[in-house]
Write a protein that binds this ligand. Structure first.
Ligand SMILES: [Zn+2]
Length: 572
């Protein structure tokens, strides 16, 4: 595909060295900063940083979705598009069908002779058989029967690999063996993924489908297909953490319950909830992790103008335990006694510190101010400043001026406590670290050098999500013997723009790219360790007050080992 001829349909291009330049169609300009490289099949604008490959260009200029742009390109090239078989939807339908087959296979195993022990387990946990039928629980037996069943059904093993039901490669083992199975459904009730709970001492206790074309972690809520109508009827949603919590809620008549399958809620999950109700009650585990997760979700809820309360589980470990011991009545009381999440957070932070020690009091005030700065509504903000003034003895004016300072210095004061979804978003917006950019530029300029670093650098070492993706993809291409390691197509225009920038922005002259690359590598590694160091120190300062000595020591040891690693990198 000749990108120059494609772009020429929209932009007047002229040759400039190896590249073509023209006036950018995506922003107003008088001198051309829009560059097209036929060699690298990329465009990039040095003015507005738009960039990408031919597909991205079509997406942007014609306002198309990724599959539409792919189709449009194919049509330009005179390729026949097999209308039905190749379409995105058709492919997805195949994944749903395989998952559905697997789900009913697991269901049959649970209800068959091989599932007797698991049924005993469910009964012992107080789960009724009508409940496990509604949730379509199942049993994944030991290795063998599942693959034989799929083979009999004529299912292509590659399909099983794509939906994450077998491991690593075609011909690999089943991912779920001897596990109690929880199918995860989308809003329409289609099976998109599975969670499996170990029935023996296997680790991990809970195993989940990884990312697949129809499932992304943190983008779904367990049981929402059952709960969506009750949520609109009751007028609020109960969010719990685990499968068994959600199942217990439904069994005891709380049909408006969903599970987040992880402690911190993501932006996508909060967005899903917002479609059905603006009121949410969090009923998380009462341990420190649960509390921290609640705090982290607060800002997200605030941004979507949702009302969040935190249920008072009154010393019970989780909703599952509370429900089975105190029945519906006890859980109703926990919901009734729920408090606004901000009050809950405020109290939790307040109780962490010894206010009689002046240094601690100062820290407490700062942390509470940081909480208050995350509140969107000025009225609420004032309410909590008043409360803080009473608690601390500082004047309201002093607190307000400190609050303004805090906001100025950090832009967003609680950003360090944001959940994964937000982290990711902020990560994308953040300026990519120079070492990561230079590193990738060098390997694109000198693809053979990737051999020098492939063993030493992990994509996870990258802090910027798109740069991480780009490195991951190039590494994959390199390992598969491809020469064009940068010939990557992303369906996210932003990722494409990043790649274009790496490929088309020139690299500062360097005599020894290999040496320079090693330098970047060390820096990237060090920066990652520093991030871990920061994260751990924060955790430790929280743990210090929680009194969990064992965990505290363990984290301290981890911190020490990070310090040692940083040192050893410096010596090199
Ligand atoms: Zn531009």
């Amino acid at each position: 595909m000749n990108i120059v001829s494609l772009v020429s349909d929209y932009v007047h291009l002229r040759r400039s060295g190896k590249n073509y330049i023209g006036l950018c169609p995506f922003h107003q300009e008088k001198t051309p900063s829009f560059t097209v490289s036929p060699e690298r099949r990329m465009f990039y604008c040095f003015g507005c940083h738009a960039g990408g490959d031919a597909i991205t260009f079509l997406m942007k200029i014609e306002n198309l979705t990724f599959p539409e742009a792919v189709e449009a390109l194919a049509r330009r090239l005179g390729l026949k598009i097999p209308q039905k078989t190749g379409s995105d939807q058709e492919r997805k339908d195949k994944y749903y069908r395989v998952n559905e087959l697997a789900c009913s296979f697991f269901e049959n195993c649970l209800n068959g002779p091989e599932g007797m022990k698991v049924r005993d387990y469910l009964i012992q946990r107080g789960i009724k058989d009508e409940t496990w039928r509604i949730f379509r629980l199942g049993y994944a037996p030991e290795s063998g029967p599942f693959l034989q069943f799929m083979q009999k059904q004529g299912i292509d093993p590659f399909l099983l690999l794509q939906v994450g039901l077998i491991r690593d490669k075609v011909g690999g083992k089943e991912l779920f063996r001897n596990r109690l199975m929880f199918p995860i459904m989308d809003l329409r009730g289609r099976v998109i993924a599975f969670g499996g709970r170990a029935l023996d001492d296997s680790q991990p206790k809970y195993l989940n489908t990884g990312q697949t074309p129809i499932f992304e972690k943190g983008h779904h809520l367990y049981a929402l297909h059952l709960a969506k109508r009750p949520i609109t009827e009751v007028g609020n949603a109960i969010v719990v953490e685990g499968y068994l919590d959600a199942i217990a809620c439904h069994q005891f008549g709380f049909h408006n319950a969903v599970a987040s399958l992880g402690t911190a809620l993501t932006r996508e999950q909060v967005g899903l909830l917002a479609r059905f109700s603006k009121k949410v009650i969090l009923a998380y585990d009462a341990d420190l992790a649960g509390v921290m997760a609640t705090l982290r979700s607060l800002e997200l809820f605030g941004q979507m103008e949702m009302e969040v309360r935190v249920a008072n589980l009154g010393g019970f470990k989780d909703p599952d335990e509370l429900l089975h011991q105190k029945k519906a009545e006890g859980f109703s009381r926990a919901i009734l006694n729920s408090v606004p999440a901000l009050d809950f957070a405020y109290e939790k932070i307040r109780q962490k510190y010894d206010w009689k020690v002046s240094q601690e009091k100062k820290e407490a005030v700062l942390e509470l101010l940081s909480l208050i700065s995350s509140i969107d509504s000025p009225l609420d903000q004032e309410k909590y400043i008043k409360r803080l003034a009473l608690d601390s003895g500082f004047g309201e004016d002093t607190l307000f001026s400190q609050l303004r300072k805090l906001k100025k210095s950090s832009g967003k004061a609680v950003s360090d406590r944001s959940p994964t979804g937000l982290d990711e978003l902020e990560g994308i917006k953040a300026k990519p670290p120079a070492a990561e950019v230079t590193f990738l530029k060098i390997i694109f300029e000198n693809p053979e050098l990737i051999a020098l670093v492939e063993q030493e650098l992990d994509p996870e070492d990258f802090s910027h999500p798109y740069l991480k993706k780009i490195f991951q993809e190039s590494l994959f291409r390199f390992k598969n013997g491809q020469i064009d390691i940068y010939n990557i197509t992303f369906d996210e225009p932003e990722a494409s723009a990043f790649l274009a920038r790496l490929l088309l922005e020139s690299l500062p002259e360097t005599e020894e790219p290999g040496k320079e690359l090693k330098k970047c590598l060390l820096k990237i590694k060090k920066e990652r360790l520093t991030r871990e160091y920061k994260r751990l120190s924060e955790e430790i300062s929280i743990l210090e007050r929680s009194g969990d000595l064992e965990l505290f020591r363990k984290k301290l040891e981890e911190l020490q080992s990070i310090v040692n690693k940083i040192r050893s990198l410096t010596v090199k």
